[in-house]
Write a protein that binds this ligand. Structure first.
Ligand SMILES: *Cc1c(COP(=O)(O)O)cnc(C)c1O
Length: 418
């Protein structure tokens, strides 16, 4: 998007492993729901680092907590503990509504939380795992066995055995797949990476029922849906069930890497015993302080309610456009996908970028929006107002599907903190 950008991307290509492809932008800094690239162009960030930047960029509560903790001590290892780590574990149990005896394992990422969940499931004495088609649970080799997309899995096979993938949302298929050999059923309450697909709360209740009948664990991957993203602390709370365990990460640290496994109830909390699992960084004071600040701010700023209101507002506004290229809006709270009549999501994301909006082409015919939970209705409206022209530029018969003539707002607007 400019000279400095191109220069840096050339250096990127020569030095950074190409697993992410070539990113379109080199970002420089952010403030609230905006980010700026190295050429000074401003963008409304409607992806929030993939549902991570729950408080946006530079939120004073998070900046203060991280700065203070960095000065007092970043890391102590798990040979010791800290008050802030204990407080975070207590707070997570509290917001999860976990019964007495439940416990938390803290780690550094989503995939690590899933690894911990897989090991937890092995402690049932069984090895079978049931996951869903379309599932995304991470890239480490254990989590990858649960992830469904063949392009992610096949180059690394053989992966851990015993995993069955069933069609997502199909209650009969789930019933048929769970047996006395099933250690755990692992499901996302809404599949984020698959394009923001909701199976509905009845499916989660069936999953709870079926796992209970067969003595299997129900492990819900709330890495993307948790921490207020869908309008409640965790998406499973909308189904009125109690899972055996949930995984969390993404939004928890507001951008500071952190993950966690929450095991519900005394039995599940004690499946992994001393020496059976561990991590060097997990739950360190910096990550714990950041996470506590995020959770406190979501509460004090009423962001659960706001996620519901803002998400519904966005969905209604996009639907009201009645644009022929838009077929629907999926998801809940501020985890949404706008579905398209043609496979033009990459073009739409590029056009949006050209107009100063960051969105994610999560599928060929769907763009994902997972903005900071602090996004305002006005900011969402500014995107909805721009959307018809962006869609028109992407119509399959339009002459140029990759660029708009729009230029992003310059950096020297009053909102730029620099
Ligand atoms: C992002 C994600 C993961 C993996 O998290 P990482 O931090 O990238 O390892 C796992 N499960 C779900 C549902 C996710 O959205």
């Amino acid at each position: 998007m400019g000279e400095r950008n191109d220069e840096l991307l050339e250096r990127y290509q020569r030095s950074v492993m190409g697993v992410f492809g070539l990113p379109p932008l080199v970002l420089d800094h952010g403030s609230g729901c905006h980010v700026w690239d190295v050429d000074g162009n401003r963008y409304l960030d409607l992806v929030g680092g993939i549902a991570v930047n729950a408080l946006g960029h530079g939120h004073p509560a998070l900046v203060t907590a991280v700065s203070k903790q960095a000065a007092e001590g970043i890391h102590i290892s798990n040979l010791f503990t800290s008050e802030v780590q204990i407080a975070l574990a207590e707070r997570l149990l509290d917001i999860a509504g976990a019964p007495e005896g439940s416990a938390v394992f803290l780690c550094n990422s989503g995939a690590e939380a899933v690894e911990a969940a897989i090991k937890l499931s092995r402690r049932t004495g069984r090895t079978g795992l049931v996951a869903a088609e379309g599932a995304f649970h991470g890239r480490t080799t254990g989590a990858l066995a649960l992830t469904h997309k063949p392009a992610y899995r096949q180059p690394f096979e053989p992966l851990i055995p015993g995993v069955t993938h069933v069609p997502y949302g199909d209650e009969a298929a789930l019933r048929a797949a769970v047996t006395e050999e099933t250690a755990a059923v692992v499901l996302e309450p809404i599949q984020g990476e698959a394009g923001v697909l909701s199976p509905g709360t009845a499916y989660l209740r069936t999953a709870r029922e079926v796992t209970q009948e067969h003595g299997a664990l129900l492990i819900l991957d709330e890495i993307q849906t948790g921490i207020g993203r869908t309008g409640t602390w965790f998406a499973f709370q909308q189904a009125g069930i109690v899972p055996d365990a949930i995984t969390v990460a993404k939004g928890l640290g507001g951008g500071v890497p952190v993950g966690g496994l929450i095991a519900f109830g005394d039995h599940n909390a004690h499946l992994l015993t001393a020496g059976q699992h561990g991590t060097t960084f997990g739950g360190n004071p910096l990550a714990a302080a950041a996470s506590l600040a995020v959770l406190e701010t979501i509460e004090s700023e009423g962001l659960l309610e706001h996620a519901r209101v803002a998400g519904d507002h966005l969905a209604d506004a996009v639907t009201a456009l009645r644009h022929p290229l838009v077929t629907g809006v999926r998801g809940a709270g501020l985890l949404r996908a706008i579905t398209l009549a043609h496979d033009v999501a990459p073009q739409l994301a590029a056009a949006a970028r050209g107009a100063g909006f960051i969105v994610n082409p999560v599928a060929p015919a769907a763009i994902r929006l997972a903005p900071p939970l602090v996004v305002t209705l006005e900011q969402l409206d500014s995107f909805v107002d721009a959307l018809p022209a962006l869609l028109d530029a992407c119509a399959p018969d339009s002459a140029d599907t990759t660029h708009t003539t729009h230029t992003p707002a310059p950096a020297d607007t009053p909102e730029d903190p620099r």
